[in-house]
Design a protein around this ligand. Structure first.
Ligand code: GRF
Length: 201
């Protein structure tokens, strides 16, 4: 199964996906897309000889429209948002209905929505005094973090001293849960039954 990964920054989730690609041997990252021209994640893609694209309306960018045509031509079956900060246009989301997933560094439906990314999420979790946090992988719909949840894993944060400590614990889980969901998707083991997402063992 060919997948495209969308990134905006560091790319540690992209790295985890690429490392698990060998282990699972069921999917292949065929394109890495960013809203930026330069980001650390692009360096990771280049190390793995994966083509990179910058999406947007500026010069030297590829439009979402051209990107979707390219994905149909490449036969991309899954789009993975791994730290991609831009909201996808409705039309693009509708073209890839139930074929776009996102990783969110908290237990949705709490601590999601516009502006809830990166350390902002972990600060909100820390300030709430929540005792657990975690990572959620969900299908993408046209608004931030509201699509149906595919998988979640949680971590005890009752003893943390800072939002950064929460981020560190959650990131470890992100690196496990995202490759796990991609592998299940490649195996056809993610189903929507009675309007609920079910992951078959
Ligand atoms: C991750 O915490 C992801 O959940 C969030 O942005 C961060 C991206 O990290 N949405 P990286 O670029 O994968 O290292």
């Amino acid at each position: 199964m060919k997948i495209a990964v969308f990134v905006s920054g560091r790319g540690s989730n992209l790295q985890a996906i690429l490392e698990s690609q060998k282990q699972f041997d069921k999917f292949e990252v065929s394109a890495v897309v960013s809203d930026k021209f330069d980001c650390a994640a692009f360096e990771i893609a280049k190390n793995f000889s994966i083509p990179t694209f910058t999406v947007g309306n500026k010069e030297r960018c590829i439009s979402f429209n051209d990107l979707s045509n390219l994905f149909f031509e490449y036969q991309i079956e899954l789009i993975v948002l791994a730290g991609f900060l831009k909201l996808l246009p409705n039309e693009f989301v509708n073209q890839f209905n139930n074929k776009i997933i996102n990783i969110h560094p908290a237990l949705l439906p709490s601590f999601g929505g516009k502006g809830m990314y990166g350390l902002n999420v972990h600060k909100a979790v820390f300030e709430s005094s929540a005792k657990v946090s975690g990572a959620s992988v969900h299908f993408v719909d046209p608004t931030y973090d509201t699509g149906k949840i595919i998988a979640q894993r949680c971590v005890d944060i009752s003893d943390v001293k800072s939002p950064e400590e929460i981020a560190e614990r959650v990131l470890k889980i992100e690196h496990q849960i995202l490759p796990y969901v991609i592998d299940k998707f490649a195996d056809g083991k993610i189903k929507i039954i009675d309007n609920r997402v079910v992951v078959i063992d």
